[in-house]
Design a protein around this ligand. Sequence first.
Ligand code: ADP
Ligand code: ASP
Ligand code: MG
Length: 419
Amino acid sequence: MARIVMKFGGTSMAGTERIRRVAGIVKRQQEAGHEVAVVVSAMAGETDRLVNFCREANALYDPAEYDVVVAAGEQVTSGLLALTLQAMGCKARSWLGWQLPIKTDNAHAKARIEDIDSEALLASMAAGEIAVIPGFQGLAPEGRVTTLGRGGSDTSAVAVAAAVKAERCDIYTDVDGVYTTDPRIVAKARKLPLVTYEEMLELASVGSKVLQTRSVSLAMKEGVRVQVLSSFIDETAPAADTLPGTMIVSDEELEGSDMERQLITGIAADKNEAKVTLTRVPDRPGAVASIFAPLAEANINVDMIIQNVAKDKGETDVTFTVPQADLARALAMLEERKEAIGYFRMISDANVAKISVVGVGMRSHAGVASTMFKTLADRGINILAISTSEIKVSVLIDADETELAVRVLHTAYGLDAAA
Ligand code: ADP
Ligand code: ASP
Ligand code: MG
């Protein structure tokens, strides 16, 4: 007997027919003798719909009320899955975020899980009841509902798995594993049987939305075994223990496997950033700080930064990227401080994409970045900004060239699946 946490994403939960399928997969897992907790997302498109309602109601919405609205999508699917399981003769009940509770900080709309009270959950699972938990939801210290940021149900699942010391956290989604790049963009993408926490973390953080970044860092920290696999399997498919998904593993496990390590593990694209340029910023100590300190205070994440070489008049242009969702706030804030910062003009562009190549092999091999630059140049793709880390190179390009860029890089690094 094992304790297993299963998570189903929005596409898998979209409608009663699909929920019935999910219930079938869950039931089979229980029949295999396991204690089961299930974490569910809202139906596909539902969270977007709720977010739009908030925007329509009040463009500068209060994040605490936003959370009240968007947490509702998961409440619906958790109740529906419990009902469906009951109809199949299983004992099941839902546990809302505030009921367990899943305690978070009070950063509404992007809350961080601090603790999960697992006592009631463990008792219910031990009694043969399937625990159904809405993902994405939490409870702030002052008693209000929080949500964990888009894609947050992955993090709920990993946190529940850590809290109940589950043997495994199976993330069921609409693709059958983690690929070298988004298989919906590149048909030749290859499925990775194993990927290390570190590489998955980097891939997620640069835009592979198959797993939320925080879910990977939490899994790494807590040593949760995470497997990504498809929920679109037929009723007679083997149990998840033997399904060919992608297992997230430690570096040692990968070394010990017979999988050959490639220089590049994967390529990701992120269209959710926007570029801001401030021209003629005074080139003196403190100038850059006066731009970025207020953004940091407002919890706006700045990613890529370029400061041009100062021209003779002691002025320089500063370019950086922020999440598109925060662009309006960032621009308003910088406009307000125009005199204090002393820049001349502010220019923004949301039609950009960040393309990143990730691989631990980069640590010991030179030339990854130059291959990237040359490949893009050969296709006439202009690079607007560059950033690197130990195992990643990212470039910012025109969003219209995203698919072409990912495809040519995938080929250039030898990642294409055999035809
Ligand atoms: P869910 O609703 O199940 O949480 P998501 O839409 O959040 O599903 O994540 C799954 C999607 O992630 C896939 O449909 C795929 O388009 C996308 N994706 C992006 N990069 C990758 C990758 N490297 N491997 C697999 N899927 C990826
Ligand atoms: N429903 C939320 C979203 O769409 C959380 C999730 O599905 O992971 O972002
Ligand atoms: Mg997701």
